[in-house]
Design a protein around this ligand. Structure first.
Ligand code: MG
Length: 155
């Protein structure tokens, strides 16, 4: 068994959609980034890569590569899952935290869990996402950014 941890943060800006765990969430701002800036998907990808010893998201999907301009992070996640499996691992479970002051994410958790489970080819019960606010503190609390942490357990 191997565990991995992943972290990511993207800035909240005008004129971008807000996509978390492959789900577009209605909000007046979205996350800035080269890809679709799905901070939750990126944290999960890094947790999987860390657990399997395959490197990190910046190495596999560099933001200098035009191929990944506005890339759908669910495609990147599926590719990562394939790489993990090709290296002989089975994903046991994913646990994640998303830190956002606004919008409140509870209404979207079921959709996010379903979408991530599809991309990970896991039972939804093996995918956990927990939203947190930051008590108004720091970049997440001030509404300047959304961040995510994730762990992965591989067998
Ligand atoms: Mg990222």
């Amino acid at each position: 068994m191997r565990t991995g941890i992943g972290y990511d943060l993207h800035r909240l800006v005008q004129g971008r959609p807000l996509i978390l765990g492959g789900v577009t969430i209605p909000y007046e701002r979205g996350l800035a980034g080269h890809s679709d800036a799905d901070v939750l998907a990126h944290a999960i990808i890094d947790a999987l890569l860390g657990a399997s010893g395959l490197g990190n998201i910046g190495q596999l999907f560099p933001d200098t590569d035009p191929t990944f301009k506005n890339a759908d992070s669910m495609v990147l996640l599926r590719k990562t899952v394939q790489d993990v499996r090709n290296n002989g691992y089975r994903i046991a479970n994913i646990d994640a935290v998303v830190i956002a002051e606004h919008p409140r994410l509870n209404p979207y958790l079921a959709a996010i869990q379903t979408r991530l489970a599809e991309a990970l080819d896991l039972d939804p019960a093996a995918v956990s996402v927990k939203p947190k606010t930051n008590e108004g503190l720091g970049p997440e609390g001030q509404g300047e950014a959304i961040s995510a942490w994730a762990t992965a357990l591989l067998e």
